[in-house]
Design a protein around this ligand. Structure first.
Ligand SMILES: NC(=O)c1ccc[n+]([C@@H]2O[C@H](COP(=O)([O-])OP(=O)(O)OC[C@H]3O[C@@H](n4cnc5c(N)ncnc54)[C@H](OP(=O)(O)O)[C@@H]3O)[C@@H](O)[C@H]2O)c1
Length: 326
């Protein structure tokens, strides 16, 4: 089968389309003919050598897929060859075939194409876990979502609004301000031209927000603490602005803040099955009804994965960047 591979770590141009051996499903897995996959920021980190796959996972990039079941492991019940499925994988999506545990595979709803299905798992699962399961966001609360135009951000804005929360976001351009406000954010704050903490305090009459969903890490640490309410929660989901900070523990104690971290990929299978189930029960019906939509920016053929990575690293996307197989 064809797959995207890289022999050395580095920039997008290390990615190559090559012939590799097909994966063999375990007893609990489905072998899927992949029709669409999607980029995630983690893929660019793995390509650069900063985010190795967890033990036992495919070393091919790609954390989500949609396609047709081709073969079924001995224990994998509920599916037959030809079924259209989508879901989260620990790796292997940038290929013509990949394996997925049958408990993580979901039937593609009628009327959805493969690209729409492949745009959903990683960002809606991540947003659900970090805003709701860990962040405990509730109706009437205010959340600050950083990188509001990212894949995860565009899912989270819609989910938080649907849950009755007030949503503020940070983004890096005026175009992204307009796009995130159109998605349901009450205010998009351009962090390149505005002190976001000052603006958040202004927008909340000095009170601050109940929850910050942060993908930036070190560069935003001080300002995140500043714009949290007393007893507010900070969920760390990404470290695009660095990992090392100097901490004033006194401030965390005085404001009674909670700092929570999360990475989905390296969690045990049982946790990821539970994450899939939480998404299916609360959010899949909202997506099926059309009340929520995965926001798709651009689709590239699998062979153009390098151009897709460059596009992501240039921060040009609003929503998901897709890879489509022939
Ligand atoms: N913990 C988990 O389980 C988990 C799961 C999925 C994703 N993530 C994390 O979630 C984040 C979003 O992922 P994604 O795939 O949705 O990303 P994405 O679509 O590539 O969007 C990322 C956006 O972040 C902004 N950005 C990049 N570097 C920045 C910096 N240094 N400071 C401020 N903003 C910056 C850029 O938009 P602007 O133009 O607005 O700057 C960029 O377009 C990543 O950090 C990823 O690692 C974590």
């Amino acid at each position: 089968m064809k797959a995207i591979t890289f022999a050395t770590h580095g920039g997008p141009d290390v990615l190559r389309l090559e012939d590799v051996a097909e994966p063999t499903p375990t007893a609990d897995e489905l072998l899927v003919r992949v029709r669409a996959s999607a980029l995630n920021r983690a893929d660019t980190m793995q390509r650069r050598g900063h985010y190795p796959p967890p033990p036992g996972e495919s070393d091919i990039l790609g954390l989500e897929l949609a396609g047709e079941v081709e073969a079924i492991g001995a224990n994998a019940s509920g599916f037959k060859p030809g079924d259209r499925v989508f879901g989260l994988v620990g790796g292997g999506g940038y290929a013509e075939k990949a394996c997925i545990d049958y408990r993580m595979a979901m039937p593609i709803p009628d009327g959805w194409d493969f690209v729409k299905a492949a745009a959903v798992p990683e960002v809606f699962f991540t947003a659900n876990e970090t805003l709701f399961t860990l962040g405990r966001l509730d109706a009437g609360e205010t959340v600050l979502i950083h990188a509001g135009a990212s894949g995860v951000g565009t899912a989270g804005i819609q989910m938080a609004r649907q849950a009755g929360a007030r949503v503020l976001v940070t983004v890096g351009s005026e175009e992204k301000v307009a796009r995130t406000e159109a998605l349901g954010a009450e205010a998009g704050i351009n962090y390149k031209t505005t002190d976001f903490a000052a603006r958040v305090l202004e927008l909340t009459d000095g009170a601050g927000v109940d929850l910050v969903q942060d993908f930036i890490g070190a560069a935003y640490w001080q300002n995140n603490l500043k714009c949290l309410k007393t007893a507010g929660r900070l969920v760390l989901v990404g470290l695009m602005g660095g990992a090392k900070v100097e901490v004033d523990l006194g401030l965390i104690m005085r404001k009674r803040l909670q700092v929570i971290g999360s990475v989905m990929r390296s969690q045990p299978l049982a946790n990821k099955i539970a994450i899939t189930e939480r998404f299916r029960s609360r959010w899949l019906p909202e997506l099926e009804s059309g009340r929520l939509q995965p926001l798709i920016d651009t689709s590239f053929p699998l062979a153009e994965a390098a151009a897709a990575h460059q596009y992501m690293e240039d921060n040009r996307n609003v929503g998901k960047i897709m890879l489509v197989m022939d």
